[in-house]
Ligand binder design. Structure first.
Ligand SMILES: C[S@@+](CC[C@H](N)C(=O)[O-])C[C@H]1O[C@@H](n2cnc3c(N)ncnc32)[C@H](O)[C@@H]1O
Length: 387
């Protein structure tokens, strides 16, 4: 059985979470920079596509070589036996990331790569693929770093945060893959205790959590993949993996312990519609409730929330009060809860008025964020400290 090298890309800061998630899926993996590496049969790559909630893309490495000139890039790309991977009648696109002293512009790198692919295919078959940047049949990914290029086939095609049935959004929604990474860091998927998001918006945390609890493979509802038109794709293996994934689906509990609150009814409408698209509505209890009036559920569990932090929602000054209220609510009403706040504005995080015992740096798109951990003691009072 062929042994392939795979690269799963991920939001910076979530590499360890993805590596642990893949290991839990039986795919031993090594964390890199904004990526996780693993090796194995095609099945390992397809399983990562179907089951990883955290990976952004899964790439299958085709070649790795030095790039000391633009011509070397072209010639090394042309050496790859593209006719074994791509039908010349299909469409392609090249996603080129990184730059060097020689390849200063990613568009130039993409053009040289495309020329190498087209030349080789024309030499082998007498035909050439056309380029379709938006919806290619086969997407090629090139990553240039330290004057070395890695050329890979993108097995995911569309990024994996697209779970297949679309999504309604509230203000400033999180990406599904990032929300899943944050949940993983809290330890919730491994324990599945009660979960509460008191400012849940369109409920990205909660729908990812519900998917985990329901045993719903995140790729099960996707219909288009980057490997569909790959000449070495194994549709029998893929169908067998989908079949196994369907067998793992679980029934919802009689009363949900995954809970979402928000002051905005419109956000909860989006949340409900998202859960229904994936038949997850019975796993999550939603209610309109402002943070100021939060009624803590019985028992303890994990609270995670992504309050507005002023970049896309509200102004920093107006939000000081909200963060102070959040700190008070955690201290007074969430005794014994493991509380986590995802925030991109340190000045606001300070307003929580509690000392975070861990801070995980992560990127939310271009924004530097922190996932802050506040374990709240089971008995009051918890004094004010510095964040
Ligand atoms: C950044 S959004 C959360 C986005 C969410 N994580 C998602 O992925 O859709 C912040 C949410 O906080 C809610 N919010 C703001 N102030 C609130 C308050 N005082 N009580 C409850 N919810 C509040 C907003 O309505 C908004 O939905």
């Amino acid at each position: 059985m062929a042994d392939y090298r795979f690269v799963a890309t991920v939001a910076p800061g979530a590499e360890e979470a993805l590596s642990a998630e893949l290991s839990s899926l039986g795919i031993p993996a090594k964390a890199g920079i904004a990526a996780v590496l693993f090796q194995g049969s095609l099945e390992a790559g397809l399983r990562a596509c179907l089951h990883s909630r955290i990976a952004s893309r899964v790439l299958l490495e085709l070649s790795h070589f030095p790039v000391r000139s633009a011509d070397e890039l072209f010639r090394s790309v042309k050496r790859i036996p593209w006719h074994e991977h791509i039908d010349p009648d299909s469409t392609i696109a090249v996603d080129f990331l990184g730059r060097s002293g020689i390849i200063r512009d990613a568009r130039f790198g993409a053009l040289k790569t495309k020329d190498g692919i087209v030349d080789r295919l024309r030499a082998e078959t007498g035909r050439r693929p056309s380029v379709s940047p938006q919806q290619p049949d086969v997407q090629i990914n090139v990553h240039l770093r330290n004057n070395h290029a890695t050329v890979a086939l993108d097995l995911s095609g569309q990024p994996l945060h697209l779970r297949g049935r679309g999504r309604a959004t509230g203000p400033a929604p999180l990406r599904e893959t990032l929300a899943a990474a944050l949940l993983w860091i809290t330890g919730w998927p491994q324990q599945q205790r009660a979960l509460l998001d008191p400012m849940c918006g369109s409920a990205t945390f909660l729908s990812e959590a519900a998917g985990w609890a329901a045993g719903l493979a995140p790729g099960l509802h996707r219909e288009r993949w980057g490997f569909d038109a790959w000449k070495q794709h194994d549709p029998f293996l893929w169908r067998a993996l989908q079949h196994q994934a369907r067998q793992q689906l679980r029934d919802p509990p009689s009363s949900p312990t995954i809970l979402g609150r928000d002051r905005a009814g419109s956000s909860l409408g989006a949340a409900r519609s998202n859960l229904m698209r994936y038949s997850l509505e019975a796993w999550v209890g939603l209610a309109v409730q402002p943070l100021e009036a939060l009624e803590a559920p019985d028992g303890a569990g994990v609270m995670i929330t992504n309050p507005p932090y002023g970049v896309r929602l509200g102004q920093v000054n107006e939000l000081h009060e909200l963060y102070a209220t959040l700190g008070d609510t955690m201290r007074r009403r969430l005794l014994g809860w493991d509380c986590w706040i995802f925030c991109g504005e340190p000045a606001l995080a300070k307003k929580v008025g509690l000392r975070a015992n861990a801070r995980h740096p992560l990127k939310n798109g271009p924004i530097d964020c922190r996932l802050l951990h506040y374990p709240i003691a089971a008995s009051a009072p918890v004094g004010r400290g510095r964040s």
